[in-house]
Design a protein around this ligand. Structure first.
Ligand code: AMP
Length: 425
């Protein structure tokens, strides 16, 4: 038996209904906030990610699915979406016009991480990116948008964690200080951090090792050393969150795993999922568009992890897949064509209808209708064909009525306005 690749899951019904629900809600909220969908290739040139995410990050050092194509060009399965959105923004000249460009995208990402509950090698994200605006109001709007998606999905026990990562004015001095501090306590850092402390000292904040974490308690926080502009920006974002009644916790150690963030960085975490507690994360990336060869436009974005969102949703409500409102049981080959006509006519009116083509016994077909959760079953055989009438059985009440099978109208009237499964899919 050939099995799926480690860390890559099949998504099966009824779980797919939950995902559909998540994506439907997200789309509805994006629409209200003026975000349009953008769909991007899963494969990009490797350079796109090394240049944007940063060479000395976990993602680029250890987690990318990178391979040469048949012409020897190095390609990578995207580990995240922001770099691709920025690439598409530049390549398609989407920067025309003064307004902020707002895009969302949904789809799989690939990271060669150690699989565990809530962590996969192929996982899915819902991403939102707003390009071309540096107003702190935009940061607040992005956070409000993210929270509204989570709120409309009725996800509880979430916490918004906030930090500012400074800018090209204030961060370099801090990084120098950090490098010097780490150099002094170098022996206490883990091997990975020893190597990184000189080239990318912020990454030490991501380290899970206890000794590294202890050392970090002695270092000053970047958020205490922000330049005036960054301070004002942060204050205004937080003031707006207060104004909209959004609770948050400031965490000066939140750096996020990618190099391109500037100023605002945030995460939404949950107490419900154990170790993999981050449901969504994002931040501002003011230098990235220019870094990748585009205009000097500031931008901000976030990503929601769909597997984690679905796991949270599954604690609340099980999806019920669409139930056929009508199942037609056919007795004998001669009635099959008429039954097929009726099923099609009912489907075309927007109802869920089904039948079986295998010429089974009535008992077998009734069992099938029951298993599918059909509301009504129409039984059509030679006798009904001749009489142009057939019994329609309400599976809940057990009551039966005769309906005309000349056309679908009497059947449709009997189906009435019954509704479908919990998620309506
Ligand atoms: P990141 O791009 O690392 O900030 O991730 C954004 C969100 O994607 C996280 O908050 C998670 O919900 C989700 N995520 C990241 N990596 C994984 C993974 N390996 N498996 C499942 N979800 C993930």
């Amino acid at each position: 038996m050939i099995k799926a690749v480690r860390g890559m899951k099949d998504l099966l019904p009824p779980e797919t209904a939950r995902w559909h629900h998540i994506e439907t809600i997200a789309r509805a909220v994006f629409r209200c906030y003026g975000f349009q969908e953008i769909r991007l290739p899963l494969l990009e040139r490797t350079e796109l990610f090394t240049r944007s995410i940063g060479v000395n990050t976990d993602i680029v050092e250890k987690e990318m699915y990178t391979f040469p194509d048949r012409h020897g060009e190095s390609l990578t399965l995207r580990p995240e979406a922001t770099a691709s959105v920025v690439r598409a923004f530049i390549e398609n000249r989407l920067d025309q016009g003064a307004e902020v460009k707002k895009y969302f995208t949904m789809g799989p990402m690939f990271r060669y991480e150690r699989p565990q509950k809530g962590r996969y090698r192929q996982f899915h994200q819902i991403n939102a990116e707003a390009l071309g605006g540096d107003a702190p109001e935009l940061d607040a709007e992005m956070i409000l948008l993210l929270l509204e998606i989570l709120e409309r999905l009725q996800i509880k026990n979430l916490e918004l964690v906030f930090n500012s990562l400074g800018c090209s004015q204030c961060r370099p001095a801090y990084l120098l200080e950090l490098t010097a501090l780490f150099a002094r306590g170098l022996r206490d850092l883990c091997d990975d951090c020893q190597r990184r402390s000189a080239v990318n000292p912020l990454r030490v904040f991501d380290c899970k090792s206890k000794t590294c974490q202890e050392l970090l308690h002695q270092v000053p926080a970047l958020s205490d050393q922000l330049c005036d502009d960054c301070q004002r920006h942060e204050q205004r974002v937080l003031e707006l969150l207060d104004r909209f009644g959004v609770p948050y916790r400031k965490n000066p150690r939140l750096v996020r795993g990618l190099d391109y963030y500037t100023r605002t960085a945030f995460e939404v975490i949950t107490t419900e999922l154990g170790a993999q507690d981050a449901v969504a994360g994002g931040g501002r990336y003011n230098g990235l568009i220019r870094e990748l060869g585009g205009p000097d436009h500031p931008a901000i974005g976030f990503a929601i992890g769909e597997e984690r969102l679905a796991a949270l949703l599954s604690q609340q409500q099980d999806p019920i897949p669409a139930r056929p409102l009508l199942f037609i049981a056919v007795l004998g080959r001669t009635a099959l064509d008429l039954a097929f006509d009726l099923v099609q006519a009912v489907r075309r009116q927007g109802y869920v209808a089904d039948m079986d083509f295998a010429d089974r016994s009535l008992k077998a077909q009734m069992t099938m209708a029951n298993r599918r959760g059909a509301s009504q079953v129409l039984i059509v055989g030679d006798k009904e064909l001749a009489a142009r009438q057939a019994p329609l059985k309400n599976m809940q009440s057990g009551q039966q009525q005769m309906v005309s099978i000349e056309g679908p109208s009497e059947i449709l009237a009997a189906l009435g306005s019954e509704t479908e499964g919990v998620y309506g899919v």
